[in-house]
Structures are given as C-alpha cells and as structure tokens.
Design a protein. Structure first.
Length: 142
C-alpha cells in the first residue's frame, strides 16, 4: 500500500512520527521538509493530485486544526477528506464516508494517539451500499 503524507509546519513532527512508527507502509512524503513556517494548501494539493493520478492509494494530511487541510483537500473531485482526532472518528469516516484522506489536527492530538488513529483508519474498509448512495449524491450522480 502506498500512502501520500503531507503536513505544514505545525504537523511536521507528527508526520515524521507516523512514518517512523508505521514502516510497513510505502510513504510518499510531499513535505513539509522541516518545521519552518509553510502553507498547508501546497501539501493538500500534492496529496490529492497523487491520489487522483492513481499513484497512491490514500492520503494523510496534518495541520494545526485540520480544518484548513480539509477545506483544501475537499476541493478535489474524488477526494473524501475528513478530520479525525481519535481512532473511532477515523474508523467512522472510513467505514461510512469512504474517507480516502485522513486529516489529523496536530495541535489537538498527542504523539501517542496519532499513530493509533492512522492504524485504526487503515484497518477499516468502506461499507458501501447506502453509504455509496450518499457519496453518489455528493458527486452529482443518481
């Protein structure tokens, strides 16, 4: 499995922590390369473009509140990005909303919890059925 991961300066340390703890994943790191000030839309765009090009299977984004990344990521067709601050939110988002981009609010999630959130999200599959019908409504389908 290949997963694109990106973070602005506020999520940089947790991005590195995730990669170091989940070494069985093939990570495609789009930045930020360090903890110096950076702009989250750049990283959201890079992750979403990789997903839409079928270069990766999923994406993980981190920023202070998660809200900016969610706004930026959800501008892309086929992206279902959601903010999760605890494992059960990540599971719910993946199972019922086919969340293909996990967004973590790094200012509100401990280093201990961040890896648990990602693991829970990765173990979960999309339920489909009526949940797919709802996504079709969002995407303008029947």
């Amino acid at each position: 499995m290949r997963i694109a991961i990106g973070a602005d300066h506020r999520g940089y340390r947790q991005k590195e922590l995730i990669k170091n703890h989940l070494k069985n994943i093939s990570w495609v790191d789009v930045g930020a390369p360090n903890a110096r000030r950076s702009d989250y839309p750049i990283f959201a765009q890079a992750v979403c473009e990789l997903i839409n090009a079928d270069s990766v299977d999923f994406g993980v984004l981190l920023c202070g509140s998660g809200i900016g990344m969610a706004i930026a990521a959800n501008r892309y067709r086929g992206i279902y990005a959601g903010v999760a601050w605890k494992p059960d939110i990540a599971v719910h988002g993946r199972r019922q909303d086919n969340m293909n981009v996990l967004i973590i609010p790094s200012d509100f999630v401990s280093a201990r919890t961040v890896v648990t959130i990602v693991k829970a999200w990765l173990k979960t599959t999309f339920a489909g059925a009526r949940y797919q019908e709802r996504l079709d409504m969002i995407d303008g389908g029947s």
